[in-house]
Design a protein around this ligand. Structure first.
Ligand code: ZN
Length: 252
């Protein structure tokens, strides 16, 4: 596919069973296999071991200890499970099942979408303020199963939440991931984050990377060319590139 570098970003281990996270007992296997591949393909492609770390306040392990234990090159920080303010429930906002999103909204937030979306962004803010990582993963994932039904992402209360999160991202010098997965999986009609947020990202001069969030080898480069074209139209001229010890700016 022409990649000169690639990072493996498995979902970080969680202290309960899921179908998607790396089980804690397989951490060593993940390290051994990524080490093996990095060495095997060293003369063809630069490979890195990273993680997409899940943040749930009071539940997930501190990102830094995970990064240290697994000797990660970098981390993506994401929210997939939203914890309501005053309970230990977890609202799964990702995955292929829309019904789960709808049920969680009803059960954990009494169907109050404004409260639920606010909680999502506040959890994201808490992650940005309290954890050490590099890239903010799929910033507005919360819109995916909404699909225009419960809230309009352009409403001022949503935009206000997005603005707060972007200000924090800027303050912490984090990178925003432009994630193409929602498009090629036909689960969203815009990137994560959507066009109006990307315009704000550009105005704030927050650096970006394009990511396919691939779960299969054949998904690795899906949507890259289109995303690059869109980003150029929005006025972006550069992207960041991980070169082993730091992120460098390269022409888009
Ligand atoms: Zn994710």
């Amino acid at each position: 596919m022409g990649f000169v570098a690639m990072g493996f970003t498995e979902h970080s281990p969680l202290p309960f069973e899921t179908y998607y996270a790396l089980p804690q007992q397989r951490e060593q296997e993940y390290m051994d296999e990524t080490n093996r591949l990095t060495r095997k393909y060293a003369d063809q492609i630069k490979l890195y071991r990273a993680l997409e770390q899940d943040f749930i306040p009071g539940v997930t392990e501190d990102f830094s200890s995970v990064s240290e234990r697994l000797q990660l090159a970098y981390s993506i920080g994401s929210v997939h499970l939203v914890k309501p303010e005053s309970s230990d429930d977890l609202w799964f906002i990702d995955g292929p099942e829309r019904q789960k999103y709808d049920d969680g909204l009803d059960q954990f937030f009494d169907g109050d979408i404004r409260n639920a979306v606010t909680q999502y962004y506040h959890q994201m803010n808490q992650m940005i303020e309290s954890q050490v990582f590099d890239v903010v993963g799929h910033l507005d994932k919360i819109k995916m199963h909404n699909a225009g039904r419960f809230f309009n992402p352009e409403d001022s209360w949503v935009q206000h939440l997005v603005d707060e999160t972007l200000d924090l991202i800027k303050e912490k010098s984090l990178i925003v991931e432009v994630n193409t997965r929602g498009i090629y999986k036909k689960r969203a009609d815009s990137y994560f984050p959507d066009h109006s947020t990307l315009k704000k990202v550009h105005q704030l001069k927050i650096p970006i990377i394009i990511s396919s969030d691939a779960h299969l080898p054949e998904e690795l480069n899906l949507g890259f060319a289109e995303a690059r074209q869109h980003l150029l139209e929005f006025g972006f001229t550069t992207t960041l590139f991980f070169e082993g010890y730091s992120w460098i700016e390269l022409p888009l």
